[in-house]
Design a protein around this ligand. Structure first.
Ligand code: TYM
Length: 411
């Protein structure tokens, strides 16, 4: 059975801390949101520090994406090992995913995909994107058919972000399972390595949970093993890098524990922090609460109304107090939205200073957030319109990907 050194008892560890972070719930008692320092300690992952960023830039030969530079991606597992492999000319691939629980994705879902795109462009590597429509059928009140339909809708949103069609394979579990026996074979290999007690410890499953949930983690683990995609990688056992928000880490702690037994390198991960709910950082932006989220289908007017009405303000109660004491950008959701989506560092700093000094008012920072996000969402909608069913079909067809076999490293 697996050594559960990394996937130590998740339920117990969660109980010791005020924050709950798992694949289903993100909640904190603090207005500042999840304490990521404590989370790193609890999960046993590592900081993405200045030294690692410098190393990544050196290997990449270009500055890192703002989401990494700003340490919104704050934690990793084995990124040093992966970079070492890249430096010695080894190939790797990228793996990320989405659980289709709504017809439209929201801005928070974009975060791991933005960095995944940066990594694909930078390293010229293949990418596999898993849509866990099976997971959403099992966890939500959705039929198989509804989840599969949502997977296709979400895939269009992902494609609209500009992933390279020659280097990207997108698959829905409920569809791909019937097309590729290697996927199911790897799921079974993984399921043979993990006991019920272990998944209970990692995910908190109980005796009355349906059996589909208990087996599902193996389906999210399998794409971290390159032999799941024989039409792309043949029999090669390639290293993988998985960008995701930290809520997905339990799946990959389990995967990393299983990897050596199946003769694979442990997957490397980079973890993002959470794009907050509009109501504040106590919880993440989530598709299950429509008022907490800005969806990629929202109109400019809806974005304006949602931010004006719901975005938690770090400003003071009265104008006089705000002018005198200034606002708190740590809890102000409009400022937090800008941290994730306004990539001009000087402009962001100007806004931070002006708001903190009370020169910029709550309504004004909300307007800046609205003006920043409206064109991003509108541009996305225009690009999504161009994603035809033919394009979708091509992305979702198992096929050989066309990528450079040699990693280009700048010295
Ligand atoms: P899902 O659909 O909940 O989320 C998709 C991706 O978005 C991240 N995420 C967020 N990131 C920042 N701020 C937020 N508010 C926010 N909400 C969600 C998630 O961490 C995830 O990276 N089981 C997965 C699907 C999946 C997957 C994977 C994800 C399958 N294989 C491999 C990452 C890597 C899910 O339901 O994600």
């Amino acid at each position: 059975m697996v050594d559960i050194s990394e996937s130590k008892n998740f339920k117990e560890a969660s109980a010791e801390c005020d924050d709950i972070v798992d694949p289903w719930i993100v909640s904190s008692t603090s207005d500042n949101g999840v304490n990521y320092e404590k989370l790193i300690e609890r999960f046993g992952c590592s900081h993405i520090d200045d030294e690692l960023i410098e190393r990544l830039e050196k290997v990449a030969g270009r500055p890192v994406h703002a989401l990494i530079r700003r340490k919104i991606f704050f934690s990793h597992r084995d990124l040093h090992t992966l970079l070492k492999a890249v430096e010695s000319g080894k190939k790797f691939y990228l793996y990320t995913g989405r659980g289709p629980s709504s017809d439209s994705m929201h801005l928070g879902h974009l975060i791991p995909f933005i960095v995944t795109k940066w990594l694909q462009e930078t390293f010229d590597v293949p990418l596999v994107i898993q849509l866990t429509d099976d997971e959403k059928t099992l966890w939500k009140n959705l039929t198989v058919e509804q989840s599969m339909k949502m997977a296709r809708e979400n895939a269009k949103d992902i494609i609209a972000m500009g992933f390279d069609i020659d280097k990207t394979f997108i698959f829905s579990n409920l569809d791909f399972m019937g097309r590729c026996s290697a996927f199911y074979q790897n799921i079974i290999r993984i399921q043979k390595c993990v006991t019920f007690n272990q998944v209970k410890g990692i995910f908190g499953f109980g005796d009355s949970d349906i059996i589909g949930k208990i087996g599902f983690p193996a389906a999210q683990a399998a794409p971290a093993f390159s032999t799941t995609f024989p039409f792309i990688f043949g029999k090669d056992k390639l290293p993988v890098l998985i960008p995701c928000a930290i809520d997905q880490d339990p799946y990959f702690r389990m995967t990393r524990d299983v990897s050596p037994r199946l003769g694979f390198p442990k997957p490397a991960l980079i973890h993002s922090s959470f794009f907050p709910a509009l109501q504040g950082a106590k919880t993440k932006m989530s598709a299950s609460d429509a008022n907490s989220a800005i969806f990629l289908t929202d109109t400019p007017k809806q974005i304006k109304t949602k931010i004006n009405k719901h975005a938690f303000s770090g400003g003071k109660q009265t104008l006089e107090e705000h002018r005198e004491f200034g606002g708190n950008t740590d809890v102000d959701v409009s400022f937090q939205l800008l941290r994730f989506f306004l990539y001009d560092d000087d402009e962001l700093e100007r806004i931070r200073v002006a708001y903190t000094k009370g020169e910029l008012l709550s309504g004004e920072i909300k307007k800046i957030a609205i003006d920043t996000l409206q064109p991003i969402v509108s541009d996305h909608q225009a690009k999504r319109k161009e994603v035809t069913d033919e394009i979708l079909e091509k992305f979702m067809t198992p096929r050989k990907l066309n990528y450079d076999l040699i990693i280009k490293i700048s010295k």
